[in-house]
Design a protein around this ligand. Structure first.
Ligand code: 4AD
Ligand code: MG
Length: 430
């Protein structure tokens, strides 16, 4: 008999097949048993009729427990009331392992308990749906850049440099010297953009975030395009196009998963056309008019970010930040050197910053000045400064945090569920 994935059973109507999986739930009504099994691709209801399978097999069915591993054999029939519209009339059953005391039951568990059992929790319907949406987002990101002629160039994880402030660096021994885990691949992305024109890197980044928030992980994934001959406005266009592409793909390919998560689809559908753009200075005005006291020059905290985002139904692009609060590599606005050509995209519904990017400073002297101001060791940046000496061009890029986007698209209240095995200040296990 052919082994079939549950997602494909509809192609096997009235055929005898075999499915490998795990017990999802068991119910019995007199001499009829209902055995739901999952195989990772879906859930299938199997009908176990005592009269047709005999006493011995029926007893075996009765002994089954949640998450026991098994193979079922039988005929696929149509049943509009069953999940997926099909069920299996069981004729044979092979148990690989009878599980006892599976710790995660359908009753409510606290988040700590569930995170401690993350290796098992991944099997539950909701976690499964989230990670399938994550998969779709990853696929969309790759397709988007590949279709637009970007070249994927991987950037290193061990680095001598800091790019996003020294306070969140993870330091590690590196033979007789020190190395840091990358906070971003950007500086290498800039080298690659000068070689390939349109570059992207996509991989894990590390930041020693010493705060417990719903938005921060210490290990997260970031996709970072870097584009030669690209100014800030075009950079915003790319980020906007990418996000719209992702939302559209998830809406068309992962609708079932979004429904499982109870996501309000209308809130996502409005995010499939162009986004509002507003300057930092306008934001300061909006904030002060509504009683949020903030002075020009101060960075937004999470309440300010949320307030700004709440003014719009779609992601909002904020640009023109004070240079003092942004990274050393951002280009000064030629018309106002107190401001940099940076941009952040804030997701709606309180999900915070999902994208951070900028046009890059090309002036060697300004860069040297900024490196000094930030008390960075110039010798670690010599190679980076070479990029400004040999064929320097206007260029821009951004970083999009994968987990923040997953949290927003799935409508999750906490970032810990967006990644298979979350790493935070208080969690390194499992
Ligand atoms: O704004 P950030 O710090 O920008 C950079 O790292 C740039 N070098 C990117 C570039 O221009 N190539 O980070 C970019 C994004 C944030 O907007 C956020 O979505 C995500 O990365 N991010 C985090 N996500 C989860 N946990 C954290 N601790 C994060 N820190 C940043
Ligand atoms: Mg940022």
């Amino acid at each position: 008999m052919k082994v079939i994935s549950i997602s494909k059973v509809k192609d096997y109507k009235e055929k005898d097949i075999q499915v490998n999986g795990w017990v999802y739930s068991i119910r019995r009504s007199g001499k009829i048993g209902f055995l739901s099994i999952r195989d990772g691709s879906g859930i299938l209801q199997c009908i176990v009729e005592k009269a047709s399978v005999g006493d011995e097999l029926f007893d075996l069915f009765k002994s089954l427990t949640q998450e026991s591993s098994l193979t079922v054999f039988g005929k696929i029939v149509e049943n509009p009331r069953a999940v997926g519209g099909y069920e299996l009339l069981l004729s044979q059953l092979k148990v690989h392992q009878l599980t006892s005391n599976y710790p995660i039951s359908p009753k409510e568990h606290g988040p700590d308990f569930l995170m401690n059992h993350r290796h098992l929790w991944l099997r539950s319907k909701r976690q499964h749906a989230i990670l399938r949406v994550r998969h779709e987002i990853v696929k969309s990101i790759r397709n988007f850049f590949d279709e637009n002629d970007f070249t994927l160039v991987d950037t290193p994880i061990f680095t001598p440099n800091s790019a996003e402030g020294t306070s969140t660096l993870f330091e590690t021994d590196y033979f007789d010297t020190k190395a840091y885990l990358c906070q971003t691949g950007q500086l290498y992305g800039e080298a690659s953009a000068m070689a390939f024109g349109k570059h992207y890197n996509f991989g894990p980044c590390f930041r020693a975030e010493k705060s417990k928030t719903r938005r921060h992980l210490t290990e997260f994934w970031m996709v970072e395009p870097e584009i030669a001959y690209c100014e800030i406005k075009e950079n915003m266009d790319w980020a906007e196009k990418l996000l719209i592409y992702i939302v559209k793909n998830v809406l068309s390919n992962k609708l079932e998963e979004l429904k499982t998560l109870g996501r309000d689809l209308e809130k996502l559908k409005v995010c499939t056309s162009s986004f509002p753009r507003v300057s930092y200075s306008e934001c300061i005005e909006i904030l002060n008019k509504s009683g949020n006291n903030i002075k020009w020059g101060e960075d937004f905290g999470s309440p300010e970010e949320t307030f700004i985002a709440e003014q719009y139904e779609k992601p909002v692009i904020v640009y023109g930040f004070p240079s003092k609060i942004k990274a050393f590599y951002m280009k000064r606005d030629p018309e106002n050197d107190k401001v940099v050509l940076g941009m952040d995209i804030l997701a709606p519904e309180g999900y915070g910053e999902i994208v951070g990017g900028s046009e890059r400073e090309t002036d060697l002297n300004i860069l040297l000045e900024r490196i000094e101001e930030e008390k960075l060791d110039k010798s670690d940046y010599e190679w980076f400064l070479d990029l400004r000496k040999f064929g320097s061009v206007p260029h821009s890029g951004f970083g999009m945090g994968l987990e923040r986007v997953v949290a927003w698209i799935c409508g999750l209240s906490h970032i810990r569920e967006t990644i298979p095995f979350a790493r935070t200040m208080t969690r390194l296990n499992p």
